[in-house]
Design a protein around this ligand. Sequence first.
Ligand SMILES: NC(=O)c1ccc[n+]([C@@H]2O[C@H](COP(=O)([O-])OP(=O)(O)OC[C@H]3O[C@@H](n4cnc5c(N)ncnc54)[C@H](O)[C@@H]3O)[C@@H](O)[C@H]2O)c1
Length: 433
Amino acid sequence: MTQENSSNKVSRRHFLKGSTLLGAAALTSFGESFVHAASSDELRVGLLGCGGRGTGAAFNILEADPHAKIVTLGDAFEDQLSNSLRNLKKSFEDRVDVPADRQFVGLDAYKEVVKNCDVVLLASPPGFRPMQIEAAVEAGVHIFAEKPFATDAPGLRRALEASKKAKAKNLTLVSGFCYRYEAAKIATFEQIFNGAIGDIVALQCTYNAGTLWHRGRQDQWTDLEWQMRNWLYFAWLSGDHVVEQSCHSLDKLLWAMGDVAPSRVTASGGRIQRTDAKYGDIYDHFNSALEWDNGIRGFHSCRQLGGSDTNVSDFILGTKGQAAIMAHRISGATDWRFEGENENMYVSEMRALSRAIRENETINDGQRACESTLTALMVRNSAYTGKVVTREQMLNSQVDLMPKSLEWGPLEVRPVPIPGMPSAYLDPAKGLL
Ligand SMILES: NC(=O)c1ccc[n+]([C@@H]2O[C@H](COP(=O)([O-])OP(=O)(O)OC[C@H]3O[C@@H](n4cnc5c(N)ncnc54)[C@H](O)[C@@H]3O)[C@@H](O)[C@H]2O)c1
């Protein structure tokens, strides 16, 4: 359906917005058709977490949907919000309407942002994602939620529950596992599902990256602000880089495996370059073996090491050949390469989001996004503890990484976990926590 056609259909939330503007009396007198004719096609977008990806996602939805308008912004920090607003306005002056009373700063910004839009883009550090998805579902707004969906099992359970509620409320929930929306990847997986490589026997993925940004420390920053500004390096905020970044690669393996996390994971890892205290409590490399009940195994490695070769690739190996997912290529009994148009996947995912809302064809990525996040958590916890981690153990883990109180003050950094030693993740006497 084209954009013009889709604009005739108005989502329930949009309909309610039109109703509010008209007032109850007008609604009673003129009925639904009047409201449809009078309400505009505008999709009111809120952005929560105005950093690099969040601002990028706002640009992407403005590109994907000509009737989308950014109407509210929220961020923990005022400077981040102002920068984002300035950048968005530079390119889309007429489609960014965020007066001061729809700019929300602080840790409770999410509560206000979701009250002021039809669809919210959630792009803060992932530790906050579960509470933000919950609030968006409660407020009845459609959601784009960046990956990963949580950084610990209690958060994952909340995100999963909220995703189910979103489905029950007919709210669209698109996840930031963006490869799922890329034409070339979709076509490559279609080849696999149509038998081009035969039966899957094994999988392999690699996310070897270099070093990432570090934002230092300013004198006036409290511990909490310092950790939040440098969120990549604290497991409660990022989940560690295997959860924050390499979840993309694990997500592609799960795509091939029907979106079910493996039954068991055995992983190892550590930190050999990023040993300074400024790098918080995370590792810089992981290796893991994933096992599903049907006997298929997956092999995964990831690292963030300077001066080392980088490589992001995934392979699905079958009885008749193999698929190179990032190269969009099948070789073996079938020789195939994707040759179609491949739009920027970040725009494609926003196109899907907008279409689903406008045509009332709900998308809900919650379950599969949670399975991919769960897999990454299994890898992390197995490496941190030196133990085999089963799906059930991870799903039911009571390790709650969120600080007891989120006050702008002192906040200790958890010790870097050493496999086999007591940590927040393992009591050697009791086993996995
Ligand atoms: N899908 C992808 O390819 C992709 C690429 C990059 C990042 N991401 C994801 O997007 C998210 C953000 O990453 P980024 O690179 O934009 O980081 P960033 O640091 O540039 O932006 C994060 C923003 O969130 C704000 N923030 C922190 N805590 C907040 C809170 N409690 N409430 C509201 N705002 C808060 C920060 O101040 C900052 O402006 C992460 O989950 C990351 O994994 C996804």
